[in-house]
Write a protein of this length. Structure first.
Length: 124
């Protein structure tokens, strides 16, 4: 489950945050899941390290270079990270239009406009 999914789950089951609020924030959950002082009390040793591995896998920061990865984790689609723009070599990004239609666009073009990627097609 994503941090947002965990927050929604906790809200649905009316589990208050450490501050006593109805909604949990993603930074609070991230810190809680990374805090070693909870090993053995709230979470088992094995589960704690499984969570650290999953957080690392989903992170958009490369541990070796401390720079952004060229692809981003997206659990919503099996195509994420596989579609690459032939013009600028950036990954394609899944976009859901207001109409509900799902299309794929070059991430460089989405973020920077036609300045860096002039001719990349949208894919339905």
């Amino acid at each position: 489950m994503s941090l947002g999914g965990i927050a929604d789950f906790l809200f649905e089951y009316r589990v208050p945050s450490p501050q006593g609020k109805a909604h949990w924030t993603q930074p609070v959950l991230s810190n809680l899941l990374s805090n070693q002082k909870y090993i053995g009390y709230i979470v088992s040793f094995d589960n704690f390290f499984l969570v650290q591995g999953e957080k690392s896998r989903r992170s958009n920061i490369d541990e070796n270079t401390n720079k952004r990865k060229t692809s981003r984790y997206n659990s919503q689609s099996v195509l994420s990270g596989l579609l690459v723009c032939t013009e600028c070599n950036h990954n394609y990004r899944r976009i859901t239009r207001l109409s509900g239609e799902v299309v794929w666009h070059c991430a460089s073009r989405v973020e920077h406009g036609k300045k860096f990627c002039k001719h990349s097609p949208s894919i339905s």
